[in-house]
Structures are given as structure tokens and as C-alpha cells.
Design a protein around this ligand. Structure first.
Ligand code: BEZ
Ligand code: FE
Length: 297
């Protein structure tokens, strides 16, 4: 008879039950998960009432998930797990643009726009010019790179949170870098905002005295062109506004120092006229460096 369950040996005994898992990766994951879970339960001496509360919490989390809402990902975000998985799977070697969380407000297939277009369809907010250049690690341009961008507006909401209030695809669009890898578009300065707080994740933040806010940012997914001969990897990232509240305490731990940029106030009527913005306006430059698809270990 194999060893029976005891408090002392619980982790070993349960881990042993997974020892025959044919897939070696799954075997390693189940072994480590078992050992960490058992150590956690012993560390806090979990009560039966707490275990029942945890089950109810996870049940409510699952019940909020559907095609348009992913409460488990939001929970992973506020636990810092999304950022950890993102960071260790996208090591940059200090050269390439760092990545951050995707977040729940990305819309696949948002409208293609021409360089210089405005993504602010309602014109509400402080006018802003975003410029940049997509390159490889040695500075070589990546012509034809796609920049999928989306952001909250001056009121801190995404278009998908205000259907019928703002135009569809407000503050989002896809741009294609020019032959020199350069891109530019018009928008408005984003504002900090709270992550959705009406589910179990929001309850957790309130119960633990944490605020729900994210600092002001613009999301980017930058992809190499389909016929990319260099084999660059896409990057999911943000451009954060320097000086924004919550830069030091992002509810989802998404801020990396290299992604924080000044949205400088520009008073230059000639430049404003050339790019089709009222003077004065804000301007921010966000160079993007793609890494080789093989990654850095
Ligand atoms: C966002 O930046 O859109 C976001 C990211 C994680 C959780 C909630 C929102
Ligand atoms: Fe966001």
C-alpha cells in the first residue's frame, strides 16, 4: 500500500500521485503547484470557513466570465501574475521595447487608418501628436510594421464602455509604419482610470484597501509586416504619460520605467498647422524596438 495522507507528508503524497503524468511539462507544473498550494494552506492554517469563502469567490469569478468579460484575467492582473508571465516570456535583454499587459479593452480588427489621421473621432480632450519609429535592435527600420493602438479618453473611458455615447472605434485604430519605419497620428491626451470594480476582483481590492486605478497610457501592439524577412517578434506594450497619478501604484503593476514619456506642451503654430492640430498641443515621441522572435533568455 502506498503512503496514506498525513498532515506532515501531504504535499509529497499528493505530488507523488502526479508522478506518472506522461507529459513532462505538465508533470513538473502539477508537482510544483501541489507543493506551493500545500505550503500556503499550512502557512496560513486555512480554516474551513476561509476555504468555503475562497470557493465562493472563485465561483463568482467564473460566473462573470463570458465572450466579452474575463474576470479571471482581471484577477490575475491585480495579483501581478499577468505581468509576471508577460515579463518572463518577453525578456528584452535591455535593448527592445518592454512589454506590458494586454488588458480587456483591445478589439481585434479595429479600423485601418492613414498615418497622420486622428483616432479621436469625437474630438473631446487635449489635442496630442504621437510620433515614433519602429526599428530592430540595431536601429534598422521596420517598414510596414503595424501599430494597433487604443486608449481611454479624457474622461477615462474606452469606447467599448460607452456604446452609443461615443462613436464606434473612438480612440483606436491600426497604422502602418512608412518605408523608414516611422509613424505618426493625432489623438487626445489619455486620462488615468479605474479597472472594472463591479465583480469579485473589485471586492478584493476594496477588502484589502487597494485602489483600482491605472495611470494614463496609450496601448500599442506593434507587429512586424507579414513578409518580415528578419523574424521580429510582436510586442504588446503601453506608452505611459509622465506625471500621471498612479504611475507608482498601477492596480495591475503594468508600469515599466522605460515606457514613461513626457507629453510635452508645444507652442508652435507652424507645426500645429502642418499636422492639423490646434495650437498649442501636446507631443510625445515613442520609438519602438522589436526583438528577434527567438527571444532573449
Ligand atoms: C487596460 O489597460 O486597459 C487594463 C489592463 C488590465 C486590467 C484592466 C484594464
Ligand atoms: Fe488601458
Amino acid at each position: 500500500m502506498s503512503a496514506l495522507f498525513t498532515e506532515e507528508d501531504s504535499a509529497d503524497i499528493v505530488a507523488q500521485s502526479f508522478a506518472g503524468t506522461p507529459d513532462p511539462r505538465l508533470r513538473r507544473i502539477m508537482d510544483s503547484l501541489t507543493r506551493h498550494l500545500h505550503a500556503f494552506v499550512k502557512d496560513v492554517e486555512l480554516t474551513e470557513a476561509e476555504w468555503a469563502a475562497a470557493v465562493a469567490f472563485l465561483t463568482a469569478t467564473g460566473q462573470l466570465c463570458d465572450d466579452s468579460r474575463q474576470e479571471f484575467v482581471l484577477l490575475s492582473d491585480v495579483l501581478g501574475v499577468s505581468m509576471l508571465v508577460e515579463t518572463l516570456n518577453h525578456r528584452t535583454g535591455g535593448e527592445a521595447t518592454e512589454s506590458t499587459v494586454l488588458g480587456p479593452f483591445h478589439v481585434a480588427g479595429s479600423p485601418a487608418r492613414a498615418l497622420g489621421d486622428s483616432i479621436s473621432l469625437d474630438g473631446v480632450g487635449e489635442p496630442c501628436l504621437v510620433t515614433g519609429r519602429v526599428s530592430g535592435p540595431d536601429g534598422e527600420p521596420v517598414p510596414g510594421a503595424e501599430l494597433d493602438v487604443w486608449q481611454a479618453g479624457a474622461d477615462g473611458f474606452y469606447d467599448v464602455q460607452q456604446p452609443g455615447v461615443v462613436p464606434e472605434s473612438n480612440l483606436r485604430g491600426r497604422f502602418t509604419a512608412d518605408p523608414d519605419g516611422e509613424f505618426w497620428f493625432r489623438t487626445v491626451v489619455p486620462r488615468y482610470y479605474p479597472i472594472p470594480g463591479d465583480g469579485p476582483t473589485g471586492s478584493l481590492l476594496r477588502a484589502t484597501g487597494r485602489h483600482p486605478y491605472r495611470p494614463a497610457h496609450i496601448h500599442f501592439i506593434v507587429r512586424p509586416p507579414a513578409d518580415d524577412p528578419e523574424g521580429y517578434a510582436p510586442v504588446t506594450t503601453h506608452l505611459f504619460a509622465a506625471g500621471s497619478p498612479y504611475l507608482g501604484s498601477d492596480a495591475v503593476f503594468g508600469v515599466k520605467e522605460s515606457l514613461v514619456r513626457e507629453f510635452a506642451l508645444v507652442d508652435d503654430p507652424e507645426w500645429a498647422g502642418r499636422v492639423g492640430l490646434p495650437n498649442p498641443f501636446r507631443a510625445v515621441d515613442f520609438p519602438v524596438v522589436l526583438r528577434p522572435a527567438g527571444g532573449v533568455r
